[in-house]
Ligand binder design. Structure first.
Ligand code: ATP
Ligand code: MG
Length: 335
């Protein structure tokens, strides 16, 4: 590993840029799909306002953070002001109403960590998960979307990384691998570290957007249209960034000591966060700090078996990016 750490990027990397951009473009949702998503949201808004006139619906997750693939499900958050509501009761009531309104496959999953109602809209064919008052997810969705507007290479890199993770089966949290949200944070962190930097650290800039959600202070600079040329001084191609991303996670990241932190725009030590011991199920084998809920390690799902799977996949990807004649194909081969 130490020797590989020094490895220079293959000299012909940039000639794969076109093909990698082709992969990215093939995954982008169409405008038509976006319109259908809005339609479904409107249907749901009408329905919800009958029972809860002051409630609001927010899209969150990949359908709203700009990292969503074509044909993916949508995530909706029902925000109800009243602090004392019982989320489960709300969801059961909502499920009844949805069923009466001819939405299909309505299912209330109320014992999950995040209780939801699932449904499918027969008109648009879109599936949807609705949760209640999960406003931190709405705020972190906006943070990701804001980062994506600064430099197109973030969206391109993250699509490629998510597509790789889905193809290789390492995007399944209940099997101990990472969420899409975690992979996007890894991409943001990585682009904050390039020299010259491709992304700034919005949470260390002047506060222009502020919210306190579930006792967590969320503040950062959100006037990202002013940062449109931030990454301009760095001319690296997406193919080169994909190479460097996997190289970093295969050979350079210090798994034993480091925590990646988008909030700080760098790494922190596990010791400083007191993430050195296993506490309950949190093993901290790969540490990714949530940008707002800073006590929350998105790597906590990873166990001693899945960490090996993950690291072997990072090494496989790094190896392909370095040597394979068709990295834009081989990288995504199904496992
Ligand atoms: P996919 O395309 O795979 O559906 P996604 O962006 O919807 O991707 P998920 O990992 O399903 O990603 O997460 C949906 C949203 O829920 C995220 O965008 C984030 O706002 C929130 N979220 C997910 N996991 C966590 C977590 N562990 N902590 C905080 N928020 C989370
Ligand atoms: Mg999702």
């Amino acid at each position: 590993r130490n020797l590989k750490r020094q490895m220079a990027c293959r000299s012909d990397i940039d000639r794969f840029n076109g093909p990698f951009l082709g992969v990215f473009e093939s995954l982008i949702p169409s405008e038509e799909e976006k319109v259908k998503q809005k339609q479904l949201l409107t249907v749901l808004e009408k329905l919800v306002s009958k029972e809860w006139p002051d409630a609001r619906l927010y899209l969150y997750g990949s359908c709203a953070n700009s990292f969503g693939f074509s044909k993916s499900d949508i995530d909706v958050c029902l925000a109800i002001e009243n602090g004392n509501i019982d989320k489960r009761e709300v969801l059961l009531k909502l499920a009844d109403m949805l069923q009466l309104d001819n939405l299909q496959n309505v299912q209330a999953i109320i014992h999950a960590r995040v209780p939801i109602v699932k449904l499918m809209d027969p008109v648009t064919g879109i599936s949807c998960d609705i949760c209640v008052n999960n406003l931190l997810a709405v705020v972190n969705t906006k943070l990701l979307r804001d980062y994506a507007q600064i430099d197109v290479r973030l969206r391109q890199l993250a699509f490629i990384v998510k597509h790789w993770a889905k193809s290789r089966g390492v995007n399944v949290t209940y099997q101990g691998t990472l969420s899409s949200y975690a992979y996007v944070l890894m991409c943001i962190h990585f682009l904050q570290q390039r020299r010259p930097a491709i992304l700034p650290c919005l949470q260390r800039m002047r506060t222009t957007c502020f919210a306190t959600v579930d006792h967590v202070e969320c503040s950062y600079f959100d006037q990202v249209e002013k940062l449109w040329n931030f990454g301009e001084r760095n001319g690296e191609s997406v193919a080169r960034l994909v190479w460097a991303f996997f190289h970093y996670w295969a050979y350079c990241h210090d798994y034993a000591n480091d925590v990646i932190s988008v909030r700080m725009g760098g790494t922190l030590s596990k010791r400083a966060k007191d993430w050195t011991r296993r506490v309950g199920n949190d093993r901290h084998l790969i540490c990714i700090e949530d940008p707002f809920e800073v006590s929350h390690d998105l790597g906590r799902v990873v166990d001693k078996y899945s960490i090996r799977v993950l690291r072997e996949e990072f090494e496989r990807a790094a190896e392909i990016m370095q040597n394979d004649p068709y990295p834009f194909v081989t990288l995504f081969e199904l496992y």
